[in-house]
Design a protein around this ligand. Structure first.
Ligand SMILES: Nc1ncnc2c1ncn2[C@@H]1O[C@H](COP(=O)(O)OP(=O)(O)OP(=O)(O)O)[C@@H](O)[C@H]1O
Ligand SMILES: C=C(C)CCOP(=O)(O)O
Length: 246
């Protein structure tokens, strides 16, 4: 089983509010459809926000820890993510990928200490019935804080652990984690060793950019790969392009 995240920075134009990168999304959908047609493993897809979600969250001062009790604010963020989710589903359905949505706002929550509770019975049943579940970064109810953001990266980590994923891939807008000379770092097994080169995102991003991504993936038992769109097909074919987080 593969858990794949399509980074919001890939499938949208991250610095222009609510703007899709239609070409990039089509290329990603082509690679996914080809892999499934070739009979690759089961696939769970998660997508991030990019220019959908992050701008709304930032406007309302909502992050993974700072919440809101304003339903209008929560719905503005959730609505933007559902719009992007519709674009992703549509491009996959056009290629005969049996993609179906799972909206974390209705499925998950955070405990008071921020721990994410994400039931996965629906995802497992969807997989068993031949569907490709598509989740996304979202707002979730957070005990004591109202509603906070859950990033796609965090969902990937939860799903990978709960479903015992064989492979985990994060397709982003960079070919991997880059060092201070902009070369792709082959393998990362310790945060401190790369902390100096890890930044936030170049665009509006309330979930921590590359530093947040690496931190989340290091906490996982399984290996994960961070790579660019040009090597998505290779990842789905079984290769380990980009940076391996161990
Ligand atoms: N050392 C680094 N190597 C590569 N990218 C880095 C590094 N430091 C910071 N970044 C930034 O991290 C960004 C990738 O993180 P980001 O959270 O934007 O990706 P994403 O998951 O694809 O998008 P989203 O969070 O919207 O789903 C890059 O576009 C770059 O701006
Ligand atoms: C900002 C929202 C709602 C989603 C964040 O998901 P990410 O782009 O994976 O960090």
């Amino acid at each position: 089983m593969i858990v794949l995240k399509l980074g919001g920075s890939v499938i949208t134009e991250k610095d222009r509010p609510e703007t899709l990168d239609g070409d990039a999304l089509e290329r990603a959908a082509d690679a996914i459809a080809a892999a499934l047609e070739a009979g690759r493993e089961d696939l769970v897809i998660v997508h991030g926000g990019g220019s959908f979600g992050h701008h709304n969250a930032s406007e309302h001062g909502v992050s993974t820890t700072a919440g809101t009790h304003d339903a209008d604010a929560a719905l503005a963020i959730h609505g933007a993510m559902k719009t992007l989710n519709q674009f992703v589903l549509r491009r996959l359905l056009e290629r005969d990928v049996q993609a179906v949505p799972v909206h974390p706002f209705s499925a998950a929550h955070r405990a008071r200490d921020g721990t994410l509770e994400l039931p996965t019975g629906q995802v497992e049943t969807m997989l068993g019935e031949g569907f490709v579940p598509v989740l996304h970064g979202d707002v979730v109810a957070h005990a004591g804080a109202g509603a906070t953001i859950v990033s796609g990266d965090e969902l990937v980590a939860e799903l990978a652990a709960a479903l015992d994923a064989d492979r985990i891939g994060l397709c982003s807008t960079v070919p991997g984690v880059l060092d201070d000379a902009d070369a792709v770092i082959d393998r990362i097994d310790e945060f401190d060793a790369v902390a100096d080169v890890l930044g936030a995102s170049d665009a509006t991003d309330v979930t921590g950019g590359m530093a947040g991504k690496v931190r989340t993936l290091l906490a996982l038992e399984a290996e994960a790969s961070i790579f660019g769109l040009e090597t998505l097909a290779a990842f789905l074919e079984g290769e380990n392009p980009g940076t391996t987080i161990d």
